[in-house]
Write a protein that binds this ligand. Structure first.
Ligand SMILES: NC(=O)c1ccc[n+]([C@@H]2O[C@H](COP(=O)([O-])OP(=O)(O)OC[C@H]3O[C@@H](n4cnc5c(N)ncnc54)[C@H](OP(=O)(O)O)[C@@H]3O)[C@@H](O)[C@H]2O)c1
Length: 256
């Protein structure tokens, strides 16, 4: 098998939580371009509908939107069930659904802290748990969780976000160790700053944007498309000996 055959996702089917926007949608585009059918999940129907319209134009692949909230276990069971009903299998899982809330540690509202953890951590855990059962049965699976460079380093006012992303990385490693015997790989993409809705407010402030760019050795914010190629590699058989890894894609931020 040559390298492009190893990177091909022809005949594969993928489920992407948070695939309706931002980095998740870029990952959906890249997986579709490489040959996969994709099912995307988000809470907002209109955003989901628009994403399907856009993604369906790329290649003749099946693109399915399922409304769901990753914080609710019954929703997770439902979107996994509907994806399996449509595609018959899930080869690739990407857990991109995530939120951020920034506040000083001493006044961080508990309700917001829980919301961040329930989305970023519990949402990832629920989805991996339900899809993992299916992958275990088939003895095949490629799981990609989305951590952050804040799985490693941190910034002020990120107590909830950074803790949740640290937990996502440890979950990833533990699943990788536990499910290796079922031929399932589990890896964590850890992005640095990318301009998407999750941080549009902070990037609207030119001083903050400048501060971020100055801290990045490559001297720029990431372009969402740059996540897609990494996801294809981790979703394909080209990465067959990589599991439990955290792949930083941060322009070098964490080296400083
Ligand atoms: N952009 C960055 O700089 C950056 C850096 C490091 C890590 N990350 C991580 O990358 C992932 C994607 O972020 P992004 O930048 O693409 O943000 P985004 O553009 O805001 O997209 C977030 C996606 O998650 C979905 N989502 C949020 N809460 C959900 C819930 N409870 N249930 C189901 N879906 C939910 C959103 O759809 P609905 O709102 O319609 O539900 C949307 O599709 C996140 O895990 C984030 O932490 C991003």
């Amino acid at each position: 098998m040559n390298i492009s055959e190893k990177l091909s996702l022809e005949g594969k089917s993928a489920l992407i939580t948070g695939g309706t926007k931002g980095l998740g949608k870029e990952i959906a585009k890249a997986l579709i371009t490489s040959g996969a059918d994709v099912s995307i999940v988000g809470r907002d129907e209109e955003t989901g509908r628009k994403a399907v319209e856009e993604l369906s134009k790329i290649e003749k692949r099946k693109v399915l939107f399922i409304k769901g909230d990753v914080r609710k276990y019954e929703d997770v069971e439902n979107f996994v069930f509907l994806t399996l009903k449509e595609f018959g299998k899930i080869d690739i899982l990407v857990t991109s659904a995530g939120i951020n809330y920034r506040e000083k540690a001493e006044i961080f509202p508990e309700e917001k802290f829980r919301e961040v953890f329930e989305t970023n951590f519990f949402g990832t855990w629920y989805t991996c748990k339900v899809v993992g059962r299916h992958m275990i049965e088939r003895k095949y699976g490629k799981i990609i969780t989305i951590g952050s460079m804040l799985s490693f380093v941190t910034l002020p006012e990120r107590t909830a976000y950074a803790s949740s992303k640290g937990a996502v990385l440890q979950l990833t490693k533990t699943l990788a160790v536990e499910w290796a015997k079922y031929n399932i790989t589990v890896n964590c993409i850890c992005p640095g700053p990318f301009e998407t809705d999750i941080n549009k407010e902070i990037f609207r402030n030119p001083e903050i944007k400048k501060y971020f760019i100055e801290r990045i050795p490559l001297g720029r914010i990431g372009i969402p498309e740059e996540i897609g190629t990494l996801a294809v590699f981790l979703a394909s058989d080209a990465s067959s000996f990589i599991t439990g890894s955290a792949i930083l894609i941060d322009g070098g931020w964490t080296c400083l």
